[in-house]
Design a binder for this molecule. Structure first.
Ligand SMILES: [Zn+2]
Ligand SMILES: [Zn+2]
Ligand SMILES: [Zn+2]
Ligand SMILES: [Zn+2]
Ligand SMILES: [Zn+2]
Ligand SMILES: [Zn+2]
Length: 216
């Protein structure tokens, strides 16, 4: 079914309350999103006067969001990152899904200390039609560190997985070309980090399904 809802041409946003933002096609040019501080391409909401840009989804994402990655509580969109305030524990955080640093807007559950990039909060729990593994639907799941089947770099916690085929993919590698296959081994450092991660998640009462490594 075709999506008939068109994005609004003009919006206002709490991260740039001075001027209205205009829906603009950035084309192939990448822009830095001033909301999440990640790069983007395609449609953006822009204030040309201030050279201020927002991903379309960062400009229009809802103030609260349920997430399968943190089913206990709804997540709240916060327009600014931690770290700028006077509070001692307001250190910059990594995204709990992709482990990348959060430099701008994020979805948070403050009581649990759970943080997601807006882009990561919108990842679907299942993905069909992966260019790398088109045969099956891949599920976004947390598991023990394992190299990405496409780029060879470690999938630390969350990854798109096809269990029967033993395929693990970073969200960004779902559509990687198959020729890019690299084999790498998990490092001890990330295995330890995962142990810490597990402990933290169990303390906050989350459930986490982890594949036990096969012992040969
Ligand atoms: Zn953004
Ligand atoms: Zn402006
Ligand atoms: Zn993320
Ligand atoms: Zn929570
Ligand atoms: Zn990858
Ligand atoms: Zn498969």
């Amino acid at each position: 079914m075709a999506n008939t809802s068109r994005p609004a041409r003009l919006i206002t946003h709490p991260t740039h309350s001075y001027h209205a933002l205009v829906l603009t096609a950035a084309g192939d040019n990448t822009f830095l999103c001033d909301g999440c501080r990640c790069h983007g391409s395609g449609l953006c909401y822009r204030c040309a006067r201030c050279d201020f840009n927002l991903h379309e989804h960062c400009a229009t994402c809802p103030p609260t969001l349920p997430s399968f990655a943190h089913p206990q509580h709804a997540l709240t969109l916060e327009p600014f990152p931690d770290g700028g305030g006077s509070s001692r524990d307001a250190a910059p955080r990594d995204c709990d899904l992709c482990r990348g640093p959060i430099k701008g807007m994020s979805y948070r559950c403050r009581p649990c200390g759970f943080h997601l990039h807006p882009t990561c909060a919108l990842l679907p729990p299942a993905a069909a039609g992966s260019a790398f593994h088109p045969e099956h639907v891949l599920a976004l799941v947390p598991a023990a560190p394992r190299p990405c089947s496409a780029c060879g770099k470690e999938c630390v916690v969350w990854r798109y997985r096809c269990d029967p085929c033993r395929i693990d993919l970073h969200p960004g590698c779902l559509h990687a070309a198959k020729s890019a296959v690299v084999v790498a081994r998990p490092t001890r450092r990330t295995a330890m980090r995962f142990g810490i991660e597990l402990g933290r998640r169990f303390r906050i009462g989350a459930t986490l399904t982890v594949d036990r490594p096969k012992v040969n």
